[in-house]
Design a protein around this ligand. Structure first.
Ligand code: NAD
Length: 256
């Protein structure tokens, strides 16, 4: 069987860790070229080196437009064109609802929401310059469907990712660009290690990974590889007639 991403150039932001790193491996396994774009350039470089010629690293802060433009330019320089852009980078800093500060709100919104807008705009400009087509895939979250008390700005930012996905699908369809998202539930990644530590420090250890994972219908939290088949599907021609959609990958948790 032909590989589903053969010859496609795929940028994955936040590609050095967790879900993004699993997607990068999935892209290379399906014959694609992966551009690992991450704030942590050293980790991105070491992952790229482990994957061979079809992976390159680029240091990128997704909330800085000039860095996003430079990352896309590098993808095009190395592999000749851009086919798929995953806006996957994200972060969370929990705070009790009444204690949320302006700077916490602005930081979390800046990376998780503004970063997705900038990524979609700059990827779309490249697709349009190539005369299309193109695919954009955003990492939303169950937190974008329901608000969690200890990380309201993150929930708001992920709700913004869902709205931005719908708006971009409508704005870009005439350029043969599809825009979709997937919404993970609880995935065992380094993000949760930091979140659990922050929640414990807030005096809310019971709000962490284990309790969030306790009520999942399928009986366990996800691992990053649980996300890969859907991510590859949304990057591959199999999903050509799908746009503006958000696919939950949450094992039966919030069911919305
Ligand atoms: P992770 O911490 O393992 O990986 C996130 C990566 O993003 C890191 O390599 C980090 O360096 C990078 N990053 C952070 N800020 C960045 C920035 N400004 N610019 C570029 N790169 C940046 O986390 P993960 O769990 O793999 O999360 C990946 C995505 O999945 C995030 O958008 C996250 O919100 C989302 N998500 C995660 C879960 C979960 O349970 N782990 C659930 C739902 C959604």
């Amino acid at each position: 069987m032909a590989e589903r991403l053969e010859g496609k150039t795929v940028v994955v932001t936040g590609g050095a860790s967790g879900i993004g790193a699993a997607i990068v491996r999935g892209v290379v396994a399906e014959g694609g070229n992966a551009v690992i774009a991450d704030l942590d350039e050293a980790a991105a470089t070491s992952l790229a080196e482990s994957l061979g010629d079809r992976a390159v690293a680029v240091g990128m802060d997704v909330s800085d437009r000039a860095q996003v433009m430079a990352g896309i330019a590098k993808a095009v320089k190395v592999f000749g064109r851009l086919d798929v852009y995953f806006n996957n980078a994200g972060m969370n800093v929990p705070m009790p609802f009444l204690g949320i500060t302006e700077s916490n709100f602005e930081l979390v919104m800046r990376v998780n929401a503004l970063g997705v807008l900038i990524g979609m705009q700059e990827a779309a400009r490249q697709f349009i310059a190539q005369a299309g087509p193109g695919k954009i895939v955003n990492t939303a979250s169950i937190a974008g469907r329901t608000g969690f008390p200890d990380f309201a700005p993150y929930s708001a930012a992920k709700a913004a990712v869902i709205s931005l996905t719908q708006a971009a699908a409508r704005a870009l369809a005439s350029h043969k660009i599809t825009v979709n998202a997937f919404a993970p539930g609880v995935v065992a990644t380094p993000l949760w290690k930091k979140l659990d530590a922050d929640l414990a420090q807030m005096g809310k250890p019971e709000a962490g990974f284990d309790s969030m994972a306790a009520d999942i219908l399928l009986g366990r939290a996800a691992v990053p590889d649980d996300i890969v088949p859907t991510a590859v599907f949304l990057a591959a021609p199999d999903s050509d007639y799908i746009t503006g959609q958000v696919i939950p990958i949450e094992g039966g948790m919030i069911l919305v």
